[in-house]
Structure formats: structure tokens, C-alpha cells
Design a binder for this molecule. Structure first.
Ligand code: ATP
Length: 370
């Protein structure tokens, strides 16, 4: 549905995007991630026909953005970071206005406006002046104006920025319901949002595409950050060499040692002063959890908590977009610009398997309400 090939854009001497290529299949939601100034908005504006590229091609629904820009505009709905709303119009009046601007024939406008109002759940607000709406409802009106002509593709630039947690969930759910019928590109800074909402993500840094894959695949291949956190009671120095011998264990770090009772100034604040906390880093692809638990129990120590730690999309993002990359050579971008084939399974908290006195944290939606 959307195909981008070797797209570049320069502003004077400043290269905003540099030879990027990607595609989005029909019905897919692609998350477009990148730090500030990475080139996301520039790419989205080119795709939406609002900005010419310097070199390269982009096609939406088969139409070239340069050669058939009017067809492209008919095929795409664009929600810029700041929704273009006329605050003194009613929701309905504004959508009729947009429908006319977008060239919808007069006889079809009522149907199309009703379609957008229903899809965005704005029925109760259709007669309300936009100025009086909350930011969340204004964002829905912004999405309604993007879909009023029922385009096959939708481009949303930071659609949840500035919304409160409840509004974020509502807009996110709305985006999910639009997928399937529509192909969606969604830029966001909220990485759990990308994990939860998007089928695939594309990560752009300094104008270059550094990764495109499903969030799960990207996370699954991250070499750093997999391991376990444990709470153990007993002689930790006796245990440490045993753990280091377990196949798949790369590093054992004691993060909290037992506190000598006479040195503990506030014993009532420390529930378990005799226990240690450990962080174990496992080798990529290994699964030493069972052997770790066996080693601890066989050594006669108490195992009170064992929690798997998995890299998150945030870890992937940081590794790909910070200066000091820590990848092994085979995990880096190839010199030929070949996409990064990388990184870690499942989002950290939702899949954490906790073996604990108090049970699992079960905070898989931790990012949801931030
Ligand atoms: N009109 C312009 N003139 C000159 N430089 C521009 C212009 N628009 C964007 N740039 C530059 O191009 C680069 C990419 O900007 P762009 O807005 O596409 O990034 P972004 O990823 O959307 O950033 P953000 O997340 O902050 O919105 C930046 O270095 C920016 O300063």
C-alpha cells in the first residue's frame, strides 16, 4: 500500500532524510520511531504530498507522490502533530468543510461525514463548537478530518501527544479499530505504545533507517539485557561460583548484600535483612532459568524470588539511536545499509515470569497509563 524507495530530503545543506526505504502492507500499522529531529515528520509530509522529496520515490496506493500528488492526497489521510482545526466551527460543520475541500461530491458528503463521526465516536459532540472540546476529543476530530474521505492509508504524527492517560487509551483503541480497513503509519515517542499498537516498527535516526521489523523480532534479537533478577537467602559467596558454572550464565552480579544487623540503622524498614539480590546476565538465546533455580536449591539456599528480565523496545531504540552502540559486528547495520536484523522477545513486563513469594507483578500495561 505504501512503498518508499531511496527517499532523501535536504533543506539547504541540512539532510533531513537520507536514502530511506520501507513499505507498509495493506491493513498494517507501522510505528515510525526516532529521536527528535530524526526525520519522521519530513517523511510523513512527503508521503502525504505536502512536501517534495529531493530524490527517491514514494508511492501510496500505487500513485507516485511526485507525479500523481492529487491521487495521493485522495488516497491518504494525514493528521499532523498539531491538528488543523477551525476552533469556531462545530465538529459537523468542520467535517463538512473538510469534505468539500477534499473534493467529495456534495451528494456524498453527509454519508462521509457520518462515517467519520461514527468511526471516531463523535456522535455526541457533532453539534459542539470545537473550541469547547477537550484535547482528547479535538484529537478525534483531527483523526475524523483525516479519514472523512475514507482513504486507504492514514498517516498520524504523534496522535497521542499531550493527552491524559484515559484519552491516550481511547485514541489508541480508535487507531486499532481503523487498522484492517486502513493502512496506518503512526509516529510516536511512546515506545510501549508502539509495542502495543503496531504490527511493525521502523526506527529512523539522523535521517537514516536503522531497523524495520516487528517489535517482538527486534526485541528477540537484542543481545544485551536478557537475564534474571533473584532474591536469595544464604551464603552468597558459596553460591556465586556455582552460578557462574551454569551453561548460559554470562555474568553474576550481587546488587544487594545482607545487612549486618548491628550496622542496620533502621531495621524496621528492611523486611529481609538476611537476603541478597542478584542480577544474572544470560547469553543470547540461552534459557538457564531452570538450572539456576536448581543450583540455588541444591546448594541449600533459599530462593525467594526469580524474575526474568527481557529487553524492551526502549532498549532496542536506545541501542540503535545513541552514539555508543554496543552491538556485536553482525548485529550492526551493514555497510550497505542493510536493515538491522535484531533484538528481544516480548515486552518486558507483560511477559515477565515471576517465581516469587508475593506472586508476579502483572504490570503488563505499565506504559499504558503513563
Ligand atoms: N523547513 C525546514 N527547514 C530546514 N530544516 C528543517 C525543516 N524542517 C525540518 N528540518 C530539519 O530536518 C531534520 C528532520 O526534522 P523532522 O521534523 O522531520 O524530524 P522529526 O523526527 O519529525 O522530529 P520531532 O520528533 O522533533 O518532530 C531536523 O534536523 C530539522 O531541523
Amino acid at each position: 500500500m505504501i512503498e518508499v524507495e531511496h527517499l532523501s530530503k535536504t533543506y539547504g545543506i541540512n539532510t533531513a532524510i537520507d536514502d530511506i526505504s520501507f513499505s507498509v502492507e495493506k491493513g498494517e500499522i507501522l510505528g515510525f520511531l526516532g529521536p527528535n529531529g530524526a526525520g519522521k515528520t519530513t517523511t510523513m509530509r512527503i508521503l502525504s504530498g505536502y512536501l517534495p522529496a529531493t530524490t527517491g520515490t514514494a508511492r501510496v496506493a500505487g500513485f507516485d507522490v511526485h507525479e500523481a500528488s492529487m491521487d495521493v492526497r485522495r488516497s491518504i489521510g494525514y493528521l499532523p502533530e498539531t491538528p488543523p482545526l477551525y476552533l469556531d466551527m462545530t465538529v459537523e460543520g468542520f467535517l463538512y468543510f473538510v469534505a468539500r475541500i477534499k473534493g467529495i461530491p456534495a451528494g456524498d458528503r453527509a454519508t462521509q461525514v457520518n462515517f467519520a463521526i461514527e468511526r471516531c465516536n463523535l456522535q455526541e459532540k457533532r453539534k459542539v463548537i470545537i473550541r469547547k472540546l477537550s484535547k482528547g476529543f479535538r484529537q478525534r476530530v483531527g483523526i475524523a478530518q483525516a479519514i472523512v474521505h475514507n482513504p486507504p492509508a492514514i498517516v498520524l504524527d504523534e496522535p497521542t501527544v499531550g493527552l491524559d492517560p484515559k484519552q491516550i487509551i481511547e485514541v489508541r483503541n480508535l487507531i486499532k479499530t481503523l487498522a484492517g480497513d486502513h493502512t496506518i503509519i503512526l509516529s510516536t515517542h511512546i515506545l510501549p505504545e508502539a509495542s502495543m499498537t503496531c504490527d511493525r516498527v521502523a526506527i529512523i535516526n539522523r535521517g537514516k533507517m536503522v531497523a524495520t521489523d516487528t517489535p517482538d523480532n527486534l526485541m528477540a534479537q537484542l543481545t544485551e539485557g536478557s537475564g534474571y533478577e533473584l532474591e536469595v537467602e544464604g551464603n552468597i559467596e558459596q553460591l556465586r561460583p556455582l552460578l557462574q558454572e551454569v551453561p548460559g550464565v554470562r555474568e553474576v552480579e550481587v546488587t544487594k548484600t545482607p545487612e549486618p544487623e548491628n550496622l542496620n540503622p533502621t531495621p524496621f524498614l528492611v523486611r529481609y535483612p538476611s537476603r541478597s539480590r542478584l542480577r544474572i546476565v544470560s547469553s543470547p538465546g540461552s534459557e538457564p532459568g531452570r538450572a539456576i533455580a536448581t543450583a540455588i536449591v541444591s546448594a541449600g539456599l533459599g530462593l525467594y524470588e526469580m524474575r526474568r528480565v527481557r529487553p524492551t523496545l526502549e532498549d532496542v531504540f536506545l541501542q540503535l539511536t545513541t552514539e555508543e552502540l554496543h552491538f556485536e559486528p553482525e548485529d550492526r547495520l551493514g555497510d550497505d545499509g542493510e536493515a538491522f536484523q535484531s533484538t528481544v522477545k516480548s515486552q518486558q513486563s507483560s511477559d515477565e515470569k515471576t517465581l516469587s513469594e508475593t506472586g508476579g507483578r502483572g504490570d503488563g500495561e505499565a506504559g499504558e497509563t503513563q
